[in-house]
Structure formats: C-alpha cells, structure tokens
Design a protein around this ligand. Structure first.
Ligand code: TXA
Ligand code: MG
Length: 546
C-alpha cells in the first residue's frame, strides 16, 4: 500500500481528502497535541479491526474515540455525570480522556470488549476539522507499532506505518509530547488510569479526590489486570535495557556517573549533559521545564533504538505536574527498573583563620554523621592527578612541574610577587576544584557533608553550601595555639596571624559564626556539637518549607 503524506499547510484539499479516507473505512495517521494517532471510523468494526492489525496490538486493548466537542458525549456514552461536562468545559479540547459507559452504537471491537468507552477531544485544529467533516468519531491509539515509543512527529509515524496505512497528516511536532491523561469516571472516587498531558493536580481541582491506579506507579504482578488494559504492556521500550534514577537531579546525575560504563547511553536533564561528555546522551529538557521533558521523552527513547548502547540510564523528574507522566513513561520503558538516588546531603561550609580550633569543630561534625571534604587535600590530590589542571598551570606559568610534582617554591616565587599572576592561578584552580568538590558532595552517602576550605568564598565553593560557618577565636588564644601546635616563636606566630584575613571578613561573608572561647579542646568540641545540631535542625526546617 502506498501511504499518502498530507501537508495541509500547503495543500488546500488535504483535510477533505484525509476525511474521506476515514469515511471510506481507511486508516489515517492524525496529529494531536499529545502524540500522533492511528485513526479510523470508530463506528466501523472492519476499519477498527485494521487498526489492531497495523499496530500489531492485542485485541483486548481498547481504543479511545476522538470527538470534536462535549456535544457528542451523549451520542456515544450513557449516564454521563455532571463532572464529565465540568471537565470538558475546563480541559477540552485537550489532553484528557474520560472513561464512561458506552452506548450500543460503539462496537465492542472498539472498546476491546468493555462496556465502557474512552472519549477525548484533541486540541489540534487539523484533526478536529477532519472529525467534523468525516462526521464520525475517530478511534485512534497512538500511531506507533505496539511496544514502541509513541510518535511525536509525522516522521516518527512514517517510520512505523509507511506502507501499512492509507495516509498520514503532517501537523507538525506534538505540543505536549506524552499521551492524554485517562480518568475513569465510572467509579467513585474517579480514578487516574494513566498520567498524561493534563496534570493530576488539575483533575483534582475539579473532581476533588482522585484515586491513582496501581499500574501508574508500580509494575503489576503476573496475572494482575490494570483498569486500563494498555498499562500492562511493556511500552515505549528501546532495545537496550533502561534504568531510571529518581531523586534530586544532582544526586541522580552523580549516581549515573558512578555506574556508567563507556558504551552506555544517558537520558539527562540539559543542565547535566556536560557531566556525561563522551557518552551518547539525549537531553530531556531543563530540570524545571516539565513540558519540554514531556516533549522530548519519546524522542529520546526512540533515538536510542537506532544507536548501539548496551544500557541506558535516565534521570527522572519528580511527580509534580507533568513529571508524573514523564516519569511513568520512563519507568515503563525500564520495565519499572527504578533506583532511588537518595536524598541530597546537608552541606555545611567551614572556614576561618588558623588556630581557631577547626580540628575540634570538624570532629563535632563527624560525630553528627558528617563526612568532611578537606578542599586543600583535594586540591593537592588534583595537582597530581588532574591533567587539565596541570596543563593549564603549565601553560600559564611555564615549567613548574618536575619529577616530584609541583615545584611549590618556583610557582610561589612567581605568584607571590605578582597579584595578577596569583589571581590567574586561583582562577585555574577554582575552575577545576569546584566541580570536583560538587561531584564528591553529590556522590557522598553521608547525610551531612562538611566542606572545609580556607578560600570558601573566593573559590565559589560557598555556592555548594546550605550554610557557611566562620570559625573565630580571640587573637591571643590563636597565637598561643599556633605556637604550641607548630612549635614556633611568638613573633612568628603574630606575623602569621597578621597576614590572614581579619574577623570582619568572616563576619561579613559567613551565614553563621562559631566562636571558640572554650577553655579546652574537649569543651569546644561539645560547644561545636550543640551548634551544629541546632544549625542542621534549622536547615532541615528551611528545606521542608521550600
Ligand atoms: O493522547 C492520547 O490519548 C493518544 C492520542 C492519539 O489521542 N491516544 C492513545 O491511545 O494514547 P492508546 O490506545 O495508545 O492508549 C489508550 C489507553 C490504553 O492503555 C487503553 O488500554 C486505555 O487507554 N483505554 C482505552 N479505552 C479504555 C476503557 N474503556 N477503559 C479503560 N482503559 C481504556
Ligand atoms: Mg499507545
């Protein structure tokens, strides 16, 4: 069969000819705002039979019918509740399918043998016009071959249906990108059978209580029947196995980063694409833009069908708004193979001049279950291991590395004589250090991470922290401590203290100040412990309010 591609934008007769295909009992690919559909006259049993055939769809999986307005509801449905009209008023035309009792005129072949029928009014001018001209409701499942991701462009439909159907109407890329939300209005309370283009929150605004079918969030046990028969099939599945990683995006990215093998692919939020350089990736859209994610999710799954990857990891949005539908499609593609990346740790930055008692403060934080990242140690590690940092330093400062590593004296003699050079060096270090610390924070399994950094603010590391704590102590106390600790003279200790930033710097920049005025290290550790307990409680309260 030759499949005609209609371009109504440039072809005046396209709509009428496409409608004629429906009237004749043919098969037509139709654009909707959600996904492309594979349409036929819903009242014509023979035409409906060919839909199942072209898709390779099991006969017991019912089709939804598409109508041009709520005025058609009475023709095909019995006992239509007032709520159906309220929903139609608010959300039609739009991505909402309502399950209602069917009238006899709707063949059982269309409803997969059920006494109910799914009805929706799609928000696409071309398809609405075709239904009006054809004068019959169009039964249309998504236009993919059964089991494949739903088509969101005419090109996708051509990939799956070329040669098998009479025509495809090109109506541009789908604005929503995931299928309609399905709500069953024949039960009390109404039940969400499939999350889709209309958020659950919007349904609840009109209906009040809405139950969520188990098939939306979980893999069903063998033999368990979902209320929407289609939800039982492993849908949308690319060829490679998929692992969906839920949780805070920083955490899910870190989880994926740790588990990724060289020939694995990633579906990730735009912000994290850089983390997976060198892998085949497909962007889902920005973290905060769930509509973009809905628009991209099927395309992402489809592209991985034609690229050879051995495993696909996917970051997953949370359940708010369209996130429920996006997450559901990803999880179904994964056969509900889902891992939870875990909560993000509380991050506390610690800074301050020497001799203020940092060791005791860090010990207190560790007693609270915190893990400490010593940024100075990480920096020294990177001087040995980070090729880019070494290269950039060498490019800027010449031959400062020898067989023992960095020649500090040589580099020091350059940068301490020239403030501009020091600034350049710091810029090189911070550009590499901050992402590395961020990565380590996110990869940490600890509930609390202490970021210990002398240059917490200058480096930008403070941006990673929920709070920044400045550790201060009276100057005379610090001098005595430095003398005892480092075995140096009072004069030299005073010089060192003078060379450091004063208290005012920390008071101006830190969100919190901890003063060490205790008589002993043990006493201060207890004070710090109480201080951090309080601070962590505050941070938890604040993040709950967000
Ligand atoms: O956005 C959409 O809804 C797209 C476009 C083309 O309109 N259509 C679509 O159809 O996604 P389909 O067949 O791929 O998915 C319809 C789902 C299936 O899971 C089916 O089992 C369920 O709706 N369904 C249809 N009629 C039903 C009924 N009477 N009771 C329960 N579930 C029903
Ligand atoms: Mg489908």
């Amino acid at each position: 069969m030759k499949t005609r591609i209609f371009h109504p934008e440039t072809d005046q007769n396209a709509i009428a000819e496409a409608a004629e295909i429906i009237r004749r009992g043919g098969l037509l690919g139709i654009p909707t705002e959600t996904v492309y559909g594979l349409g036929a006259d819903a009242l014509n049993e023979e035409a409906v039979r060919t839909i199942f055939e072209a898709k390779g769809r099991p006969q017991d999986n019912p089709l939804i019918i598409h109508v041009p307005s709520a005025d058609w509801l009475e023709r095909y449905c019995r006992d239509v509740p007032a709520a159906a009209y309220e929903l139609a008023e608010r959300f039609w035309p739009g991505p909402l399918t309502m399950i209602l009792p069917r009238r006899e005129i709707v063949p059982l072949r269309t409803t997969g043998g059920l006494e109910t029928v799914g009805v929706r009014c799609p928000n696409h001018p071309l398809t609405l016009a075709i239904i009006e001209i054809a004068g019959v409701p169009i039964a249309a499942p998504s236009g993919n071959i059964s089991g494949r991701p739903s088509p969101t462009t005419a090109q996708h439909m051509i990939e799956d249906m070329d040669g098998k159907i009479d025509g495809i109407v090109d109506g541009g890329p789908c604005a929503v990108g995931v299928e309609s939300t399905i709500v069953d209005l024949t039960v009390t309370p109404p039940r969400l059978l499939r999350p889709g283009g209309l958020p659950l929150e919007a349904l609840r605004e009109v209906l009040g209580e809405v139950a969520v079918d188990k098939a939306v969030t979980e893999k069903l046990d063998d033999g368990e029947r979902p209320r929407a028969p289609g939800m039982k099939y492993r849908h949308y599945a690319p060829k490679a196995p998929v692992t969906v990683v839920t949780g805070d995006p920083d955490r899910s990215a870190a989880y994926i980063g740790e588990h990724l093998s060289p020939d694995d692919g990633v579906i990730c939020f735009d912000e994290y694409a850089g983390d997976f350089a060198g892998h085949i990736i497909h962007n889902l859209g920005p973290v905060e833009d769930r509509l973009a994610q809905a628009q991209h999710v099927f395309d992402a799954l489809r592209t991985f069908d034609v690229t050879a990857v051995s495993h696909i990891y996917a970051q997953c949005p949370d359940d708010a708004g369209l996130g429920l539908a996006v997450g559901n499609r990803l999880k179904k593609a994964a056969g509900f193979h889902v891992v939870e990346a875990g909560k993000k740790p509380i991050v506390i930055g610690l800074t301050g001049p020497t001799g203020a008692g940092k060791t005791s403060a860090l010990a207190a934080l560790e007693r609270l279950g915190g893990c400490i990242l010593d940024c100075d140690a990480v920096y020294h590690e990177m001087l040995r291991t980070d090729k880019v940092m070494r290269r950039d330093i060498a490019e800027s400062f010449g031959d400062v590395f020898d067989e023992n590593g960095l020649n500090r004296q040589k580099l020091g003699s350059i940068v301490f004589a020239d403030p501009a050079a020091l600034e350049r060096l710091n810029a090189i270090i911070y550009t590499r250090l901050v992402p590395e610390i961020r990565r380590r924070v996110n990869a940490s399994a600890a509930p609390i991470v202490g970021v210990d950094a002398i240059n917490l603010f200058e480096s930008g590391l403070d941006q990673l922290c929920h709070r920044t704590v400045g550790l201060l102590a009276p100057v005379e106390v610090r001098i005595r401590r430095i003398m005892a600790r480092d075995g140096i003279s009072e004069e030299y200790a005073r010089l060192r203290v003078k060379a450091q930033k004063g208290e005012n710097f920390y008071r101006a920049h830190c969100s919190d100040i901890l003063v060490n005025d205790a008589a002993s290290a043990a006493e201060f550790e207890n004070k710090a412990y109480a201080f951090f307990c309080h601070l962590i409680k505050q941070i938890k309260e604040e993040s709950n309010h967000e």
